[in-house]
Design a protein around this ligand. Structure first.
Ligand code: AP5
Length: 264
């Protein structure tokens, strides 16, 4: 079993909870070290392209925190029904069908976790923003706090490979590590290498939901590519090959970006 210490991201996954502590906030067991120039990244790309996998690897390299909106919704879905707000219950129905959760619900959830975005260790946003409305809300929050994005990494992969990756995906119910039965199998079937948790197949990885998700991506999320290109933030990365090869491509471009910033 891998014993690497991993941030449990509980503050992001759970959000503010009235009975968690005196100030109503749960605290992560380990937080990224504060940095002078933290990396603040958005990962873009179709469902299944490998954003979550790369976010985990980038987190280990950069120390920034992995903030996934999909993981927040899935964590909320595990709570007892009486602890779930009507908006959250509606969100699960959207997810199951493969549709996007309405912007108002997503933004409410992100806004109440804005401490994670403002943390001086940086962040890797995975699955957010996903619509122009969400991108504008994020921009406004960051402008207000006088912080800016370092880059928007856009992973590109042919459709047939995306479908292959999605249908073989398995996720750890405890630490959320991601595997693939064909390409990245765990050492023991259905058991997480990292924490020993049980691996499960996501409900929205059924073929009918995959089609809806890919359509929602084309309609609502793909336009963000041009939006971030216009802002000079887009970093396109070919997402074929092994996770380590893709990481190396990403790090190479980020090193160049870092050097440019220092040369200015
Ligand atoms: P979310 O959880 O964000 O899912 P997604 O964006 O659809 O992306 P995925 O998690 O499916 O894929 P991924 O790109 O992270 O790929 P992964 O690394 O897992 O969102 C789920 C739902 O929540 C949405 O549909 C929506 O309903 C809702 N939602 C969330 N955020 C929202 C928002 N902001 N607004 C509105 N609604 C929102 O990899 C996939 C598989 O490929 C794995 O098995 C992995 O092991 C394998 N793999 C990865 N890399 C490689 C490689 N290089 N080679 C071979 N296999 C690989």
């Amino acid at each position: 079993m891998d014993t690497t210490i991993k941030n449990d991201r509980i503050e992001w996954l759970q959000g503010p909870s009235p009975d968690a502590s005196k100030d109503g906030t749960v605290k992560c067991s380990a937080v990224p070290a504060e940095r002078k120039n933290p990396w603040r990244l958005v990962l873009l790309g179709a469902p299944g392209v490998g954003k979550g996998t790369q976010a985990e690897l980038l987190t280990e390299r950069l120390g920034a925190c992995h903030l996934s909106t999909g993981d927040v919704f899935r964590a909320a879905g595990k709570r007892p029904a009486c602890d779930q707000s009507p908006a959250m219950k509606a969100a699960f129905d959207y997810m199951r069908r493969g549709e996007l959760v309405p912007d108002s619900t997503v933004w409410e959830m992100v806004r109440e976790r804005s401490n994670c975005i403002l943390h001086c260790g940086g962040f890797i946003l995975d699955g957010f923003p996903r619509t122009l409305g969400q991108a504008l809300a994020l921009r406004d929050l960051m402008e207000k706090e006088k912080i800016s994005l370092s880059a928007v990494v856009n992973y590109e992969l042919p459709l047939y490979e995306i479908i292959q990756r999605l249908s073989g995906r398995r996720t750890c119910e405890r630490c959320k590590s991601v595997y693939n039965v064909k390409e990245r199998p765990p050492k023991v079937e259905t058991v997480c290498d990292r924490c020993g948790g049980r691996l499960f197949q996501r409900e929205d990885d059924r073929p009918e939901s995959i089609t809806v998700r890919l359509e929602a991506y084309e309609r609502s999320t793909a336009p963000l590519i041009q939006f971030y290109k216009n802002l000079g933030l887009l970093m396109p990365i070919v997402a074929t090959g092994s996770p380590d090869e893709i990481l190396a491509r990403t790090m190479d471009k980020m090193d160049k970006l870092d050097k440019l910033a220092h040369d200015k």
